[in-house]
Design a protein around this ligand. Structure first.
Ligand SMILES: *Cc1c(COP(=O)(O)O)cnc(C)c1O
Length: 375
């Protein structure tokens, strides 16, 4: 059988090993070291963020952002509903009152209209958390304007959108905090890792402090804060440095994959590609489609047909307000009882968008999907 075709998996190039070798040769294997410092500097240079803290996971970065935004038990936070659970779990760790905000069709991200409505019901949230789903930038101008009007910090979950820009500026750098993920499925990977960015130096210093067990500067172990073991290791950061060199190349390939699917399905009116924000440049992390309700083809028909050929595809993220674990959380949508995110989930599929997809892989995927629509 052919090698399995993945949705998105690690693509290594060789430089990663040189940075790791250097770490071994100098015995900088333990947490921290020159790769960590340099990876932070290189990510700052790439994104334009003033300060960056390399961490063990994107989820750890979101957790520290929650703590630094002073989210405490019972505090309200507005979180995008259509996302992966890691966006909101850290707010559950802090026992916050999570209110989920519906998406809009233009970007699949947080609806500014629904966000406005949420402020009418809950005037004093501690933070707003927006996601740039599948790499497509959210409507940042509108969302920032609402946050600024209410003086509430924005946290950008840019786990999926590293290298995507909005009006020429990198996603992740608009809010008070931005977070990136280097999980194995993301556009670049460190095997596992994340980064917290901010223009506020004090906040990033505090993030590094909290991420290394919150050891106060005393000759003995002294603690005034609850600490975490969230720092990235010097080995892991070496992988990241090697990957960052290839980020723009990965983006170009993913954009070409999106363009190829768009073209291939252009004559099938029941298929719509996931949206790209015309005010931005998406990294096209995953190419997704939605299928019109009028079609007999359902998302799982595509997933199963591709699986039969050893090709991975998946449904769209299931909205958080539909998750059993968050059934007691409030959900705000523009029209009560109508959830845009749920509709996208019901009709959507993520297609293989791996940097290593060959011409033959793409042709096979396209022909399998087309044939389901009688083409
Ligand atoms: C991957 C992902 C995360 C979590 O990142 P990890 O590095 O795996 O902890 C958070 N939010 C979104 C939207 C993601 O896709």
């Amino acid at each position: 059988m052919r090698d399995r075709v993945f949705l998105s998996c690690p693509t290594m190039h060789g430089e990663e090993q040189e940075f790791i070798k250097e770490a071994f040769d100098t015995n900088w294997v333990a947490p921290l070291g020159p790769n960590v410092d340099n990876f932070e500097k290189e990510m700052s240079a790439y994104t334009g963020a003033a300060h960056a803290a390399a961490l063990s996971a994107g989820t750890a970065a979101i957790h520290l952002a929650a703590i630094l935004a002073d989210v405490k038990q019972g505090d309200t936070v507005f979180v995008q509903d259509l996302t992966f659970s890691a966006t909101c779990n850290p707010f559950a760790y802090e026992k916050a009152n999570i209110v989920f905000i519906d998406s809009e069709y233009d970007t699949w991200n947080m609806s500014p209209e629904a966000l406005k409505k949420a402020f009418e019901k809950y005037p004093n949230p501690k933070a707003v958390v927006v996601v740039h789903l599948y790499g497509t930038p959210a409507k940042l101008d509108e969302i920032m304007a609402i946050c600024n009007e209410h003086n509430v910090p924005l946290i950008e979950d840019a786990a999926e959108s590293l290298s995507s820009t909005y009006k020429g500026k990198q996603t992740g750098t608009f809010g008070k905090f931005g977070i990136y993920s280097f999980n194995g499925n993301k556009i670049i990977t460190t095997s596992g890792g994340g980064m917290l960015i901010s223009d506020d130096e004090e906040m990033i210093k505090k993030a590094r402090f909290l991420a290394t067990q919150a050891r106060d500067p005393y000759p003995y172990y002294h603690h005034t804060h609850i600490g975490y073991n969230y720092r990235m290791s010097n080995i892991t950061a070496g992988i990241g440095r090697g990957q960052l060199i290839h980020l723009d190349e990965h983006k170009a390939i993913k954009k070409a994959i999106y363009a190829q699917y768009s073209k291939a399905f252009a004559d099938i009116p029941e298929i719509t590609m996931n949206p790209l924000n015309p005010d931005g440049d998406s990294n096209c992390w995953l190419s997704c489609i939605t299928i019109d309700d009028s079609s007999n083809v359902k998302p799982m028909d595509i997933v199963n047909a591709l699986a039969a050929e050893n090709i991975e595809s998946r449904p769209i993220w299931k909205p958080m307000h539909l998750q059993p674990i968050f059934e007691n959380s409030d959900f705000i949508s523009v029209k009560d009882g109508i959830s845009v995110g749920e509709d996208i989930f019901n009709r959507g599929v993520c297609l293989p968008s791996d940097v290593k997809n060959t011409k033959e892989d793409m042709e096979l995927i396209i022909s399998i999907v087309r044939s389901l629509f009688g083409k």
